[in-house]
Write a protein that binds this ligand. Structure first.
Ligand SMILES: [Zn+2]
Ligand SMILES: [Zn+2]
Ligand SMILES: [Zn+2]
Length: 304
């Protein structure tokens, strides 16, 4: 097979010039053949032995980058910070996907992972972080709503479960419990409280039931929960509790039981977000009887 006969079958010339070979060798590559069109060469990387197509212009005017070596560096950076490399983000050439130690999938900028590998910053999983902060808040009877509306990096916005009051609190204080509610005061954990069941009927006719605790369920219903005063709502039952702390613990235990036994009865928040000022722990009316039964049990046996 002569050079001429091959050339007549190709849509582009196959000649590899000597000065191209010299440039390629100087830059860490061998040239295997011309590919695609008259502008491309297939290069073989001297580091990883794998091939990629490069523009002749790039070879002659700058340093070609082996995509396999680049990916290997991303993979190494990921491994250095405990992430598993998944692949590039096809939507953005600066980003890749990783699996964190917790099993969550993260999308991160290559540069950030590289800096983390160098110890400059860290790549924590925001889902786990949020979950952790939610747990910290929940242990104190608060709900994490989101970042500080005033932009403070150490503050978050929380809602007091006992009274519905929203407040900025430093996360460190939430962790230690060294703060008070601006609405119901510092002593709610020690003050007497109530468990309650409330029923709501939305404009659509949908009936929902809420189980909660409050120092004053009636005021909670009238002044905090209802977004519109014409919403049909009523307290079905209340059970006095010796302290707010005890009410909180009991309420949490009851929610866990309900969610385990009736997972299909948890009402999706978007059903009531426009009508009731809470974000969770509202159920469809079919568990009303069970909630009343549990409250009866507590009223009879004490907070067992
Ligand atoms: Zn390579
Ligand atoms: Zn995670
Ligand atoms: Zn409060």
């Amino acid at each position: 097979m002569t050079h001429t006969s091959t050339a007549t079958h190709a849509a582009f010339p196959l000649t590899i010039h000597r000065h191209w070979r010299a440039a390629a060798e100087a830059k860490g590559f061998g040239i295997l053949q011309r590919v695609k069109d008259r502008y491309h060469l297939l290069l073989s990387c001297h580091s990883c032995r794998r091939t990629h197509a490069s523009k002749i212009f790039v070879l002659m005017n700058s340093q070609p980058q082996c995509p396999h070596c680049i990916e290997a560096r991303w993979r190494d950076d990921a491994a250095a910070v405990g992430l598993d490399w998944v692949g590039r983000d096809p939507e953005n050439r600066h980003y890749g996907f990783y699996i964190a130690g917790c099993g969550h999938r993260l999308r991160r900028q290559f540069e950030m992972v590289k800096r983390a590998a160098e110890g400059v910053c860290d790549v924590r999983c925001e889902l786990c972080q949020q979950h952790k902060e939610q747990e910290e808040a929940s242990a104190q009877g608060w709900e994490l709503i989101g970042p500080d509306p005033e932009g403070g990096p150490n503050y978050r916005l929380y809602r007091h479960q006992a009274c519905g009051h929203e407040q900025r609190i430093a996360r460190a204080n939430m962790q230690t419990g060294r703060f008070g509610c601006g609405n119901c005061g510092d002593n709610w954990p020690a003050a007497p409280s109530h468990l309650y069941a409330m029923q709501f009927r939305l404009a659509s006719g949908l009936r929902l039931v809420k189980l909660g605790f409050s120092r004053n369920p009636d005021s909670r219903l009238r002044h905090q929960l209802l977004k519109h005063h014409d919403l049909d709502a009523q307290i079905l039952q209340t059970v006095p509790m010796a302290t707010g702390q005890l009410a909180l613990q009991t309420e949490k235990r009851l929610h866990t039981r309900l969610k385990t036994a009736f997972p299909d009865s948890i009402a999706p928040p978007d059903l009531y977000a426009g009508s009731i000022n809470v974000r969770s722990e509202i159920y469809f009316a079919d568990v009303t009887a069970e909630i009343l039964r549990m409250l009866d049990e507590i009223a009879t046996d004490g907070a067992a």
